[in-house]
Write a protein that binds this ligand. Structure first.
Ligand code: PLP
Length: 393
C-alpha cells in the first residue's frame, strides 16, 4: 500500500524480513540529509546558533518518542538500539543483585533480552530462571506463576517474540511481578511496529526498542524507564555530558536521562527516528493494522495449504510474523531458491536459540511484515516457496 514512500521498492524486491530490520521511507532519509546539510552540530555543548538548533531538535526528538509510547520526556534514554537499552539496565542489576535473588525471563526471549540477564546473574551470584510457552506459542502463565517468587527481582519479557509472533499479556505479568516486588523489563523491539504502545497502561518499569525496526535509522534505540525507577539505576557508561560536577576527588552525575547518555549521542539518528515515528503516526495504526491483518491472513492461508509445513506455534495466534519449517528440507536450502526469486526472508535461529530448542528444531524460516507489504508480495512468496519445495522434493 505504501511502497511508493520507499525508494528501495522501485526495484523488484519482495521484502518479508522487516522483523530483522525495516526499510526506510524517503521522509526519514530526507530528514537525515536536511539535518546534516543545514543544522548539524554537537548537542548540549556549544552555544552557537547551530549547536543550539541541533540540541533543540535532538531534545524535540525525545519529546516525540515519549509521546509515541505515552511516556514523560525525562523517562526516555537514547541508546544505540534495544540491545544496548537492555544491557544498560542489566549492567545496573549486575551490581545490585545478590545471591538468593532471582531473575525470570521467558524461554522465547531474543538473546538481547536473555543473555544480558543471564550474565547479570553470573556476575552477581543471583539465580537465572526461565518460564515456558505452550505448544501454541502463548505464554504458559501457570509456569510463570510457579517460577515467580518473593526472591524475583526482575522479570524480562517480549511483548511480541521475534519467533512466535504472539501478542503476550504483558499487563498480567507486570501485575503478578509487582505483587512480589519485582520490576519488569518489556522488550518491545517487535511489538513497536505492530501495535500502539502505552507504557502507562502496561505499567512496566522498563521498555526497550530499536529505531531501525520501526522505519528509522540504524544506530538508535530507546530505553524507557518509569520515573523514580530510572533514577535508581546506576550509570552505564561514564564520560562527557552525563556528569554534574567532576573534581579530582569525585564525580557527581547529571539527572536522568542525561546520566545515561555519556559521550556524543546519535544525534541525527534520534532526529531520524522521530521522523519515522511521525510517519507511522500520520498513516495511523488503524490503517497499518488493517492492511497487516489482511496481508498476514493471506500469508497464513497460503502456508496452511502446504502439507509439509510445521509451524512454531499456532499461526492463527500470530501478529505480523510467522516462523516454520518444511518437513524434510533444510530452511537454508529453501532460502537459496527464495533468494533467487528476489524474495527476502530470514533463516536461522533468529538470535533465539532457546525457543528453537524448546520446539525441538535448530532453525526456522521466518516471514515478517512491514507496513509496505501487500497481497502481491504474498502471492510471489507463496509461488516461490512452492517452487523451492518442488525443487528439493
Ligand atoms: N528483541 C527482539 C524481540 C528482537 O527481535 C531484536 C532484534 O531482532 C532485539 C531485541 C535486538 O534488537 P537490536 O539488534 O536492534 O538491538
Amino acid at each position: 500500500m505504501l511502497k511508493k514512500d520507499f525508494k528501495i521498492f522501485d526495484k523488484d524486491y519482495v521484502y518479508l524480513d522487516s522483523a530483522a530490520s525495516a526499510q526506510k521511507p524517503q521522509v526519514v532519509l530526507d530528514r537525515l540529509v536536511h539535518f546534516y546539510q543545514n543544522d548539524y552540530a554537537n548537542v548540549h555543548r556549544g552555544s552557537c546558533h547551530l549547536a543550539l538548533q541541533a540540541t533543540e531538535q535532538y531534545e524535540n526528538a525525545r519529546h516525540i518518542v515519549a509521546d509515541f509510547i505515552h511516556a514523560d520526556f525525562n523517562e526516555i534514554v537514547f541508546t544505540k538500539g534495544a540491545t544496548e537499552a537492555i544491557n544498560l539496565v542489566a549492567a545496573s542489576y549486575a551490581k545490585t543483585l545478590k545471591k538468593g535473588d532471582e531473575v525470570l525471563v521467558c524461554v522465547a526471549e531474543h538473546h538481547a533480552n536473555f543473555v544480558p540477564w543471564q550474565q547479570a546473574c553470573v556476575q552477581s551470584g543471583a539465580t537465572f530462571k526461565t518460564f515456558d510457552v505452550m505448544d501454541n506459542g502463548t505464554w504458559d502463565l501457570n509456569d510463570f506463576k510457579k517460577q515467580l517468587s518473593k526472591h524475583t527481582k526482575l522479570v524480562a519479557v517480549a511483548q511480541i517474540s521475534n519467533v512466535l509472533g504472539v501478542q503476550n499479556p504483558v499487563e498480567k505479568v507486570v501485575q503478578l511481578a509487582h505483587e512480589v516486588g519485582a520490576k519488569v523489563m518489556v522488550d518491545a523491539a517487535q511489538s513497536v511496529t505492530h501495535l500502539p504502545i502505552n507504557v502507562k497502561d502496561l505499567n512496566c518499569d522498563y521498555l526497550a526498542f530499536s529505531g531501525h525496526k520501526i522505519y528509522g535509522p540504524n544506530g538508535i534505540g530507546v530505553l524507557y524507564g518509569k520515573g523514580e525507577v530510572l533514577t535508581e539505576l546506576k550509570p552505564y557508561q561514564f564520560g562527557g555530558d552525563m556528569v554534574d560536577k567532576v573534581t579530582i576527588e569525585k564525580t557527581t552525575f547529571a539527572d536522568v536521562p542525561a546520566r545515561f547518555e555519556a559521550g556524543t549521542p546519535p544525534i541525527a539518528n534520534a532526529i531520524g527516528l522521530a521522523e519515522a515515528l511521525q510517519y507511522v503516526s500520520q498513516i495511523g495504526w488503524d490503517k497499518i493494522q488493517k492492511n497487516e491483518q489482511k496481508v498476514f491472513a493471506a500469508l497464513v492461508s497460503g502456508l496452511k495449504q502446504i502439507d509439509e509445513i510445521e509451524f512454531l506455534g499456532d499461526p492463527d495466534l500470530k501478529t505480523g510474523l510467522v516462523a516454520f519449517n518444511v518437513k524434510g528440507i533444510h530452511a537454508d536450502d529453501l532460502n537459496l531458491i527464495l533468494a533467487k526469486e528476489n524474495v527476502c526472508v530470514r533463516v536461522g535461529h533468529h538470535c533465539a536459540m532457546p525457543i528453537h530448542e524448546r520446539f525441538g528444531v535448530k532453525s526456522s524460516l521466518r516471514v515478517s511484515l512491514g507496513l509496505y507489504n501487500d497481497q502481491e508480495d504474498i502471492k510471489v512468496f507463496i509461488q516461490a516457496l512452492h517452487k523451492a519445495i518442488g525443487f528439493f522434493k
